[in-house]
Design a protein around this ligand. Sequence first.
Ligand SMILES: Cc1ncc(COP(=O)(O)O)c(C=O)c1O
Length: 393
Amino acid sequence: MPDNTRRARDEDFWLTFADRYAVQPGPINLENGYFGRMSRTVVEEYQRNIELINRSNSVQVRQRFEPQDSLDIRAQLAEMLGVRAHSIALTRNASDGLQALIRNYNRLQPGDQVLICDLEYDTVKGAMRWLAGHRGVEVIEIDHQHPATFDSLLASYRDIFVRYPRLKLMALTHVTHRTGLVMPVQAIAALAKEHGVDVILDGAHALGQLEFDLESLGVAFAGYNLHKWIGAPLTLGFIYIAPQRLADIDPDMGEMHFPLNDIRGRTPYSTPNIPALMTLPLVLEEHQAMGGSAAKGARLNYLRDRWVSAVRELPGIEVMTPDDPRLYCGITSMRFTNHADQQVMAERLLSEYNLFTVVRSGAASGPCIRITPGLTTTAAEIDLLIKALTELS
Ligand SMILES: Cc1ncc(COP(=O)(O)O)c(C=O)c1O
């Protein structure tokens, strides 16, 4: 058994690991998908940086942060991602970056087509629909077959690429926030390339819990945040543009603080959260020291498998992601099939079992309850979830 798989089920290790995080007493949080907790040491470092920047004000920022530290921080992030520093630009979150990529993609002509599916994030859907009015393109919207398989996902994109030869651009979500489905990005991107379709990848939930090599995914454009599974302070994200494709994204709304060949001009220019950025090196160090995405992902998958394997066959329960290891991660949604209102059931999970979850709607397959363990979630808490789902089903 590989080390990460063995460690994923070692409750003693994870109980000790959980001490690194301060956790408010209250409901058991199974909604860790919104954003991640910072470790205590990261919180302390962040506080130190807030105080430092507050004391030194623009002197520190203009003399050190802007000319040097910000570049070093970007270089460290790029190193972790295995990409060249000039292929990423820091943003405040994934949404800002994805919107900038979509609105500044300059290869669309009136009459071209762009593609989204039901599982995309609403901000991405909205931005792609916005292109219709502003670029004169037609927006093709598809619903994915449910339950999905690796082959059905590829077949549906293959079919769409053949059916819509004027398709030029598509959004793709690595891990959908609605059901937790993991898209076979590399295979879809290869297919898209064969048909001349560019991909803008929404990686918001992928980074830090899925192991992947960004350049090998085969997408030219991607947007990420660092505050979900990497463990950074809120307000950090970045865009990736493959260096040879930089010219296909315009500077953001006439942005002119940077030369045309500098990716930093592809995002809105504004005063960033400097103390948060200054904290990033420690965050990356901790992420890597604990084994990175491979270790985090293995633990989250173990917790997910624990509850899914116990309830998948129960009458009255539908688990929204398949068990193909290529198509799921720690986030997995489910639905009570004998109850029309999933919100009522999420409220019962909270009031009767002290389990905090969230309802996600918008997938063609209908509303569901998203269950997202975190790094401080214990196997005993997952067992309580199993009991709750079994009794409520
Ligand atoms: C799939 C997906 N895309 C994009 C976002 C937006 O990320 P951010 O909050 O960093 O803007 C989220 C946030 O939850 C998400 O789940």
